[in-house]
Design a protein around this ligand. Structure first.
Ligand SMILES: [Zn+2]
Length: 314
């Protein structure tokens, strides 16, 4: 026999001892788990299905622990069910596109104030990266918003169709119309405005598989009686103006945009922003932080003003 085989024998004996220890530990752990389980079952049975948050007076320490575990799990399950119900109520089914319902076009600068809701609205979309950042920001934060795209920026919007549909179906996003070519309605006249609005509706339907009706944001905020008549007869009965703006039709710094939000954010406000320059999209997380501090909840235009063709609630 060599010294090496002695060492091998010692190693094997040590290995066997360790295996026994592991088995004992495993059995011990299992027994402990069974004991806790039995204590929990006995406790629940003894309370006869009463309020699970109230522990009986005769509980052992292990039983109380088990009761706490049961009641925490119950509370978690209840919270999960409540969240699922709220999410389901908010969810939208994008079925077949509902036909246009002609009506009188009503102009809104703001919404009701009672629920401390605020609508962030993003127009145009000539910056694809900005659209991408806004979409990701909404997905990450769960915030609600509204897009008013122009079909003339199809190349910028098209890569985000799937994500935009997901956001709409989650109840987080409303898509309205801003005309196809960003026309100044009173300047071009009702007929030209109407056909440009038709063209954008076609683009929204074919691109996103949904309608922009009934929400119209007139480019430049410009409209007259002829504009409203042309919009109304096409089912664009909600003309969405604004009562707060970050003035980002031109390039602004993020600090400028955040200051404007601090200034304009209030219950029922409709805020005008654009998907045109990076600082606006980059500011989104901080915009949402400011709104949270002001105890304002972001809402889609459909939530703020009602009228969505996809929800039966309004
Ligand atoms: Zn615009």
């Amino acid at each position: 026999m060599t010294r090496l085989s002695d060492e091998q024998r010692r190693a094997r004996r040590e290995q066997a001892r360790r295996a026994v220890r592991r088995r004992r530990q495993a059995v011990g752990g299992m027994l402990l788990a069974v004991a806790v389980l039995v204590a929990g079952v006995v406790l629940v049975a003894s309370r006869g299905g009463g309020d699970p948050t109230v522990a009986g007076a005769d509980t052992t320490a292990a039983g109380a622990d088990a009761a706490r575990a049961v009641s925490t799990a119950d509370a978690q399950r209840r919270a999960q069910r409540a969240r699922a119900r709220a999410d389901a109520a908010q969810r939208i089914r994008l079925g077949p596109i509902p036909p246009a319902r002609a009506g009188t076009a009503v102009v809104s600068q703001s919404g009701p104030t009672a629920q401390r809701q605020i609508a962030l609205t993003f127009d145009d979309g000539f910056c694809g990266d900005c659209i991408a950042k806004l979409v990701r920001g909404l997905e990450k934060s769960g915030a609600h918003a509204t897009f008013f795209p122009n079909g003339t920026y199809d190349a910028e919007w098209r890569p985000h169709v799937k994500a935009i549909r997901r956001l709409v179906e989650a109840g987080q996003l409303t898509v309205g119309s801003h005309t196809f070519s960003h026309v100044n309605a009173p300047a071009v006249g009702a007929a030209a405005f109407g056909s440009d609005l038709d063209r954008n509706e076609q683009w929204i339907e074919q691109t996103f598989g949904m309608t922009g009706r009934p929400y119209l944001r007139p480019p430049y905020g410009a409209y007259d009686a002829g504009t409203l008549a042309a919009a109304g007869e096409r089912g664009y009965t909600r003309v969405v103006m604004w009562n707060g703006t970050v003035a980002d039709s031109n390039l602004r710094t993020k600090a400028y945009i955040l200051n404007a939000i601090r200034y304009w954010a209030r219950p029922g406000a409709i805020i005008l922003l654009h998907a045109n320059y990076p600082p606006t999209a980059e500011a989104l997380p901080e915009i949402l932080q400011i709104l949270r501090r002001k105890r304002l909840r972001t809402a889609t235009i459909a939530e703020l003003l009602g009228g969505s063709p996809y929800t039966s609630a309004r």
